[in-house]
Design a protein around this ligand. Structure first.
Ligand code: SF4
Length: 365
């Protein structure tokens, strides 16, 4: 298929791999930030084709995985109410909360609807004026513009039975947290290309400067990932730390100003809990005071929630790149996509799901 096959060309991939191998003289640990990149790497065996001296550490860039347990439990509490139609993208449906998930609530009669756009939820709100309609707004900078636009539209049209349960997280503060961690091993980053498409590159310049770490905006097809790795390795071998763009067909240095404008109009920066990782200062977006009436957490008073994470789940270590998924004792045993103990086993961007899909027959290390 045009635009896909050309970025999976085996001959070009071999040339890039040869170039990486010829350039590598030391051991390097690189982190791919985004779970979509993790899936490309594991599905295509890219980590196994690289020189042994290059380690790919899987980062926390799976929004479903890092949505805090408190927020999942709040979603479940709201979704179970008889007066609510709860709308979500499909990837949140099986994410385990403390004792339940949206799928089970739906099986017990909860009105939970999988939608393909937050605007679908606004339309459902218009069609059901006697119900409260909530959209679960989860994601990195990539999904925020559409969610912001939806709330703005609802306010403009005077739709009062719609609200947003917001759990937006931001990539640059996560990179900062990883670099500040005493256990950090990462020497270079493949930044998430789609996030850069929205936000541009300038947010990464202070990180490159402060930590002297190469950051390369990278796409998601096999050749994109290999080119990102090649550029990071070349910088590391040359003793350089620069911001680079290996995804110019999508990423402009300034990003998408229209998307940034609507996000800035509707959201404000806040501290945010990351599931399995903990609090990262100024790492999230929430609705600002002008749109506070559309905040589902406030509308349904679900802030007082007690959570309980599975004691077996080591997703925090997976998300920080401290262990690989198949080093978790529950991997493929107590925890499978049908019986997930943690979000990384559910999400299409989760590292545990990627290993389960493509590596579960391998002996863990
Ligand atoms: S394999 Fe399952 S239990 Fe282990 S870290 Fe991943 S999600 Fe958690």
């Amino acid at each position: 298929m045009k635009y896909l096959d050309e970025f999976g060309d085996a001959e070009l991939a071999k040339r890039l791999l040869d170039d990486i191998a010829a350039s590598t003289t030391s051991r390097w640990a690189l982190m791919e930030v985004c779970g979509g990149q993790t899936h490309t790497i594991i599905r295509n065996g890219i980590d196994q084709l690289l020189p042994d001296s290059i380690e790919l550490i899987h980062g926390p860039g799976c929004p479903v995985c890092v949505t805090p347990l408190e927020t999942i439990d709040r979603a479940l509490a709201i979704a179970a109410r008889p007066d609510v139609i709860f709308c979500s993208f499909g990837d949140m449906i099986r994410v385990p909360g403390s004792t339940d998930d949206l799928f089970r609530i739906k099986s017990r009669g909860g009105d939970i609807r999988i939608v393909y756009s937050p605007l679908d939820a606004v339309r459902i709100a218009q069609q059901n004026p006697d119900k409260q309609v909530v959209f679960f707004g989860v994601g990195f900078e990539t999904t925020a513009p559409a969610n912001a636009m939806t709330v703005k539209l609802a306010k403009q049209q005077g739709i009062t039975n719609f609200s947003l349960l917001v759990s937006h997280v931001l990539v640059p503060p996560a990179i900062r947290a990883i670099m500040d961690s005493p256990t950090r091993r990462v020497q270079g980053f493949l930044a998430a290309g789609h996030v850069c498409t929205v936000m541009g590159l300038s947010e990464y310049e202070p990180l490159v400067e402060e930590y002297q770490v190469p950051i390369v905006a990278t796409g998601f097809e096999p050749l994109d990932v290999l080119e990102g790795i090649r550029r990071v390795v070349l910088q590391l071998e040359a003793g350089q730390a620069q911001l680079d763009n290996a995804y110019p067909r999508a990423v402009q240095p300034q990003g998408n100003p229209v998307a940034q404008q609507v996000v800035g109009e509707v959201f404000e920066t806040c501290d945010r809990q990351w599931r399995g990782i903990g609090m990262i200062p100024q790492s999230g977006w929430r609705l600002n005071a002008h749109y506070a009436d559309y905040d589902a957490e406030k509308r349904f008073e679900v802030l007082d929630i007690t959570t309980m994470e599975s004691p077996l789940c080591r997703s925090g270590e997976v998300l920080q790149g401290l262990i690989k998924p198949n080093q978790c004792a529950a991997f493929g045993k107590e925890c499978t996509p049908r019986t997930p103990l943690g979000a990384p086993m559910v999400s299409s961007e989760g590292a545990c799901a990627a290993y389960y899909q493509f590596r579960r027959l391998e002996v863990s290390v």
